[in-house]
Design a protein around this ligand. Structure first.
Ligand code: C2E
Ligand code: CA
Ligand code: CA
Ligand code: CA
Length: 279
């Protein structure tokens, strides 16, 4: 049942969801989950390779369907995008992440950067900057500790409103990261026009780097260029000690991936903050 369901969702075209019974069930179920507050958040550590310390986390939405079990974020985020549910979903994830980290700070004194994924749909809604400021006011979390992760293609597709919103948010102190860097078109030229200070190098890149001298050379060049431009680089999808060693030798400062920690509830991730920095 789950396999069939997943195969159908995975086999869809870009915009055809909603035609079949399975897809429309999912829309109704996701709406119900949002009404019930059933979308949860997992956190994945982001590691400073130089300091050997966890310096931040990325918030990742999770949804366990009552009958079908866990649904992959790629699937339910796409459904939310196509059926206008993204503003609610994004705001719930953001509120939950901010309040959990604010509470952790209140009880342990720990502060770290929070990365949240923002879709182009959300950004191009003119009320977005005000809505997320409201969440900060309600939770006590700060813009300065928040990094908005956006993909260059989404910003491109949604054009000027989204870019203007990013500039506005940047001025308020939010960090901006270009997510999945290396997968889109015109990547290098976007670096100049987006108000970003962080590049998140897509995991597909890292996956091939240890086995290909050419890829390693490309990685070295991208990291070098980013540093010249004053950008931080986070390598995503780091799974092996070999990849980790290569990143260190290249001078890539930050890493994220299963090697350092899988996405998990905050209670499971928080101990890593202590351990790595005390090791
Ligand atoms: P992303 O933003 O690129 O997030 C990183 C993804 O890589 C996550 O997948 C994470 O679990 C996975 N990952 C981390 N380390 C490794 C590794 O070492 N190896 C491998 N193979 N994978 C790793 P996840 O959680 O399934 O999320 C998929 C995508 O869904 C995210 O990709 C993001 O684009 C989207 N997403 C998730 N939560 C949200 C959200 O709250 N809002 C929005 N707009 N998008 C979200
Ligand atoms: Ca991301
Ligand atoms: Ca990414
Ligand atoms: Ca991605």
């Amino acid at each position: 049942d789950l396999a069939l369901y997943t195969a159908k969702a995975a086999g869809r075209g870009r915009c055809e969801l909603g035609a079949g019974r399975v897809a429309s069930d999912l829309v109704a179920d996701l709406t119900a989950a949002l009404d019930a507050g059933d979308i949860t958040v997992h956190f994945q550590p982001i590691v400073d390779l130089l300091a050997d310390a966890v310096v931040g986390v990325e918030a990742l939405a999770r949804w366990t369907h009552p009958e079908r079990g866990p649904i992959r974020p790629d699937e339910f985020i796409a459904v939310a995008e196509q059926h206008g549910l993204m503003p609610r979903l994004g705001e719930q994830v953001f509120r939950s992440a901010c309040s959990q980290l604010a509470e952790l700070h209140a009880t342990t004194g720990r502060r770290m950067r929070l990365g949240v994924n923002v879709s182009g749909r959300e950004l191009s809604d003119p009320t977005y900057p005000q809505r997320i400021r409201t969440v900060l006011a309600e939770t006590g979390w700060r813009a300065q500790e928040t990094v908005l992760e956006v993909t260059e293609s989404l910003v491109e597709a949604e054009s000027s409103t989204a870019v203007a919103a990013l500039h506005e948010l940047r001025a308020l102190g939010f960090g901006v990261a270009i997510d999945d860097f290396g997968t889109g078109y015109s990547s290098l030229s976007r670096l100049d026009t987006l108000p970003s200070a962080i590049l998140k190098l897509d995991s597909s890149f890292i996956a091939t780097v240890a086995s290909s001298e050419r890829r390693a050379t490309m990685l070295r060049s991208i990291v070098g260029m980013a540093h010249v431009l004053g950008l931080d680089v986070v390598a995503e999808g780091v799974e092996t000690a070999e990849q980790d060693a290569l990143l260190r030798s290249i001078g890539c400062r930050f890493g994220q991936g299963y090697l350092y920690g899988r996405p998990a509830p905050l209670a499971d991730v928080a101990p890593l903050f202590e351990r790595r920095s005390e090791e």
